[in-house]
Design a protein around this ligand. Sequence first.
Ligand code: AMP
Ligand code: ZN
Ligand code: FE
Ligand code: FE
Length: 280
Amino acid sequence: MRIDPHTHTTASDGTSSPTLLMDEAAAAGVTMLGLTDHDTVAGWDEAAARVCNTGVALIRGMEVSAAYRGISVHILAYLFDPTYPALVRHVTKVRTSRVDRAQQIVERLSNDLPITWEQVEVQITEGATIGRPHIADALVSIGAAKDRSEAFEYHLNARGPYYVPYYAPQAADAIEWIRAAGGQAVFAHPMAPHRGRIVPMEAFDELAEAGLFGVEVNHRDNPSAVIPQLKAIAQRLDLARFGASDYHGLGKPNRLGENTTSPAVIEALIRSCQLEVLCP
Ligand code: AMP
Ligand code: ZN
Ligand code: FE
Ligand code: FE
């Protein structure tokens, strides 16, 4: 068993279609894959249609953009009812806000660079959740950066001059809706330094209180020095320990299956969720 429960496709800011992602997962030896696009379930059906052909089991998920005391956090939602009204309402609002915000970032960038909104629009798959990576692709297309990583170093940096935030619900609320929708919530890459500010320790206690199921410990953006600390937090608060690649296709160096989650944790997740894993 090789379980990689956190990946992205062209339904948000990954570069592989859901079909291609499933094929790539099979080629990488991943036996069970979690599809967790940002604030959307738009990739679910296409990925589901590849389960039998690829032999890769599919965990349907979503990465919810949220906030903890003004700090941006990502909450992975797994195996939930995608029609649950509060969750649908809020992720729809997030997606809309992401469009306004992307336009504002491009507006700011255009003061210093020859970039237009049209150049960003052509980077986005119809209906996808827009994010800074699409602006990065436009910056690459005009020769202002060599790849997404370089565009994020300065032009799209959260601490840089062009950054604009977007609407995101409170993390504790998101966790409650995910659970009410029959799913479970996992705190994604909680210690990723380049994302902006890191949450204070009490955030884990509060989110555990709100019903958090697990925390992503093995993720390349968590500095190795904090892994023991994350393990201790998980142990103390009885949170399941996840590991995943956060694969974005060609957009990031992250490789499928580079971090994985144990079968025991995934069995516990499945037992406590409403939606089934789709098996070949
Ligand atoms: P946004 O959702 O618009 O705030 O943009 C954040 C997204 O950009 C996340 O999904 C990250 O995976 C992606 N991202 C962050 N840093 C980088 C980077 N250095 N290279 C490529 N993608 C990145
Ligand atoms: Zn992303
Ligand atoms: Fe994330
Ligand atoms: Fe992610």
